[in-house]
Design a protein around this ligand. Sequence first.
Ligand SMILES: Nc1ncnc2c1ncn2[C@@H]1O[C@H](COP(=O)(O)OP(=O)(O)OP(=O)(O)O)[C@@H](O)[C@H]1O
Ligand SMILES: Nc1ccn([C@H]2C[C@H](O)[C@@H](COP(=O)(O)O)O2)c(=O)n1
Length: 232
Amino acid sequence: METAAPSAVIVAIDGPSGTGKSSTSKAVAAKLGLRYLDTGAQYRAITWWMITNGVDTDDPHAIAVAAGKPGIVSGTDPAAPTITVDGLDASGPIRTQEVTSKVSAVSAVPEVRTLITELQRSIAASAQGGIVVEGRDIGTTVLPDADLKIFLTASPEARAARRSGELRGKEATDLAATKEALIKRDAADSGRKTSPLAKAGDAVEVDTTELTLDQVIECVVTLVEEKRAGRK
Ligand SMILES: Nc1ncnc2c1ncn2[C@@H]1O[C@H](COP(=O)(O)OP(=O)(O)OP(=O)(O)O)[C@@H](O)[C@H]1O
Ligand SMILES: Nc1ccn([C@H]2C[C@H](O)[C@@H](COP(=O)(O)O)O2)c(=O)n1
C-alpha cells in the first residue's frame, strides 16, 4: 500500500532576539522536508544595502525613497539558506555589529515592511511542500493564516549568554553589554508602529530558557506532526 506524502504545512515562528528561532526553524524544516525562510536576514540585507549606498539610516524618508531599489533574493534550502542583494552574496556582511545596530530603525519604516512582507508572502506561496518562516511579525501580519504559530521566548540572561558564546573569538564579548543591546533591539522591535514584534493570539508559546536546542526542536517537530495528524 502506498503511503500518502505528508500535507504541505506553513509554520510561523516568532520571538525576540536570541530565543533560538533560526536554529530551531532550520532544524525543524530539515527534519520535516520543508523549506525555510529567515525574514530577519531580509531586513538585514536591505539595511546593509542602505549603509553601503550612503543612505542615512536615521532618516525614515530617505529609507522609504530608496526601499524599492535593492533586489533581495532568499534561498530557502534549510541545509544551505542563502541571501543575495543585487546578485551579491550578503550572508556575511549582514551579520556585522553595524548592521545589527541599524536594522531596527530600517525595518521600522512602513515602506520597507510593505515591500519585504510582499516578498515573504510570495516565497511562502511558492513553497509547495510547506515552509517554516521565522521572524517577528509572521504569525500576526505576514502569514496570519499559518497552520501553526509558535512564539519562542527566553530570559534576557539566557539569550545574552547564547549570543556571547557565538561572538567569542570574533568580537569583544561583554555579557552585560550584549544583554543591554538585545533588550534595546527588542524594545525597538516591539515598540514600532507598523507590525511590531508580538505574539499572535493563537500562537503556542515555548519558553526555551531551560531547554536545550534539541529539546526545542523536538517540541516544535511534535507540534507540527500533531497539526498534520489533526488535518487527516
Ligand atoms: N535552547 C537553546 N539552548 C542553548 N543555546 C541555544 C538554544 N537555542 C538557540 N541557541 C543558540 O543561541 C544562539 C542564538 O540562536 P538563534 O540565532 O537561533 O536565535 P534567533 O532567535 O534566531 O536570534 P535572532 O533573532 O537574533 O536572529 C545560537 O548560537 C544558537 O545555537
Ligand atoms: N519579521 C521580521 C524579522 C526581522 N525583523 C527585524 C527586527 C530585527 O531586529 C531585525 C534582525 O532580525 P534577526 O536577524 O535578529 O532575526 O530585523 C523584523 O522587523 N521583522
